[in-house]
Design a protein around this ligand. Structure first.
Ligand code: CU
Length: 312
């Protein structure tokens, strides 16, 4: 009898875990719309309705220190904001004011000019509902928002081969600059064979000018959101939101090599296809968040020895 009760319980809890078919809802200033005015303070809210219970899911786990991560990217990739809507545990509603005049908390600096100009914006959200799928605990949603107002022409960027190394320069406030500025960051990637495919690792190497004007490996990075570094990887070839490849990758603080951040690509089921991408690395140095945007081309070597599948 005990076993039978145990079995029934198991079945019920399994079903509860697997039937979390949450419906994401998105409101702009309280309305079910996907439009707003550029640069004007606007509230975005999100909820995840559990249709079988007729109420919002309310319990979410923190991942990287937050219950929700939200990435907003203009469709020409000229602008990114990485912000963290606040969860009201009573209602299960996540909410955040964008385009505010002041920063509500350190981890939401991006709200100030989250949607600065007109155009189409891609929005990606990540949450981890409690009681969800144990294999894929992260629930990712994406939306498109049209921003009305002054709409500059799309910025068209070159995508140099990332393998060769791409240098970017920043001043001490994190503003993009030119050679001779305080910081130099070199982006590159390498590929490693895994079973029958190549998996990339992305590198951001930081250098800081010393008193002699030479760039030497930078030190004194700090953890941000429980990790050494964060990055957003997005393909820039596809224009349809649902087809876009989006990854949120993480790095530890530099260990053996000062200033070197390594972001492994973690999707072992889906190889990263060749194409044009943009990656935004985010780092905390001396109490400031630096965002390093790098458009690059990703190529896959032709010579993978497929018949030597190491995982067979
Ligand atoms: Cu985040």
């Amino acid at each position: 009898m005990k076993t039978l009760i145990g079995l029934i319980f198991l079945c019920i809890s399994f079903q509860a875990a697997s039937s979390l078919n949450l419906e994401a809802r998105f409101l702009v200033d309280g309305e079910p719309q996907f439009e707003m005015n550029a640069g004007q303070q606007t509230n975005w809210s999100f909820s995840f309705l559990n249709p079988s219970r007729g109420m919002n899911h309310r319990m979410f786990m923190k991942m990287h220190a937050k219950e929700m991560h939200m990435i907003i990217i203009r469709d020409d990739y000229s602008h990114v904001a990485h912000v963290h809507p606040y969860l009201d545990k009573q209602t299960g509603i996540f909410s955040l004011d964008l385009n505010t005049t002041s920063v509500p908390d350190f981890d939401n600096q991006g709200v100030i000019d989250a949607v600065p100009v007109g155009g189409r914006y891609f929005v990606f959200t990540e949450v981890m509902p409690m009681g969800g799928d144990t294999e894929k605990p992260m629930l990712m949603n994406r939306f498109e928002v049209i921003s009305n107002g002054n709409t500059p022409d799309p910025i068209i960027e070159d995508h140099p081969e990332g393998k060769d190394g791409i240098d970017l320069f920043f001043d001490e406030n994190g503003q993009r600059g030119a050679s001779g500025d305080q910081f130099k960051v070199t982006f590159s990637y390498e590929q490693f064979d895994f079973c029958d495919r190549w998996l990339p690792k992305f590198y951001f190497e930081w250098f800081e000018r010393n008193v002699d004007g030479d760039y030497i490996r930078a030190k004194n990075f700090e953890r941000w959101l429980d990790m050494g570094g964060h990055s957003i990887l997005l393909d820039t070839d596809k224009s349809i939101l649902k087809e876009k490849l989006f990854y949120h990758l993480h790095a530890f603080l530099p260990m053996s090599t000062d200033g070197e951040f390594v972001f492994p690509y973690h999707d072992h089921k889906n190889a990263l296809p060749e194409g044009n991408y943009k990656i935004w690395g985010q780092f905390k140095h001396h109490g400031k968040i630096f965002t390093v945007p790098v458009p690059f081309k990703y190529t896959v070597p032709e010579d993978f020895p497929v018949d030597l599948n190491k995982c067979k």
